[in-house]
Design a protein around this ligand. Structure first.
Ligand SMILES: [Fe+2]
Length: 219
């Protein structure tokens, strides 16, 4: 299984700070044994996070070699903050654009820009990052359905599944719209890979969708 959303490249965004921290995080995945693939998705165009874009590929190549030695496959992607800019990203597997948004304010017309720049412009599939976070997007709402109809995939952070009183996440899961769990691992909270596994055990219907996506990209 693959973790599609993480900030484990050291020193490039608000994720893991140093090489040692990255290795420690990778070791956690290795010890768990089941998550054998990680997509690194550093923030890009995020107005609240400084990203060292120039370092991304160098750090990725360094960690990819280390991960390989641990039996973990890794890929480079990005988490693109969508506002009103022209949308460009680093697509994971040359195929997926992981998109995040302002939590409180919907960037008006964003889906049209995504379709124009990413879907039609670059032939990408779109993953909406941590859908449970956005105050402007109700689980199961007409707006959510419209985004689904555009073919976007919905990702939920595994750490938002618990505690049970996290009602928004529970409603997302009940809506049947969730396609994927991921850790969004910034290297701050140990145990996230295990939380991802537990979320998967609890919601096998989400796992079957994840498996379809994984099979398509790793075949
Ligand atoms: Fe993230």
């Amino acid at each position: 299984m693959i973790d599609f959303h993480s900030h484990l490249l050291y020193g490039v965004d608000d994720g893991v700070k140093d090489r040692e921290g990255s290795l420690k995080a990778l070791e956690e995945y290795r010890a768990l044994g089941i998550i054998r693939g990680i997509v690194f998705t550093p923030h890009i165009y995020n107005p609240y996070v400084k990203t060292n874009v120039k370092a991304i590929r160098t750090v990725f190549e360094d960690l990819q070699a280390e991960a390989e030695g641990m039996g973990i496959r890794t890929w480079l992607g990005a988490e693109l903050f969508v506002r009103y800019q022209e949308l460009k990203t680093i697509p994971a597997f040359g195929r997926f654009a992981l998109c995040e948004f302002d939590v409180y304010n919907e960037p008006l017309g964003f889906a049209d820009r995504i379709d124009r720049d990413l879907v039609e412009g670059q032939g990408l599939d779109v993953i909406l990052a941590h859908v449970e976070r956005y105050e402007w997007l109700e689980p199961g709402s007409a707006k959510a359905r419209q985004l689904k109809e555009r073919g976007y995939l919905f990702q939920v952070n595994a750490s938002d599944v618990w505690p049970e009183e996290k009602k928004t996440t529970a409603r997302w899961l009940a809506s049947g719209m969730v396609d994927m769990f991921a850790t969004d691992n910034h290297g701050r909270a140990p145990g996230l890979p295990e939380v991802l596994l537990r979320a998967c055990e609890r919601y096998p219907d989400v796992v079957s969708r994840m498996n379809e996506i994984e099979n398509a990209v790793t075949a």
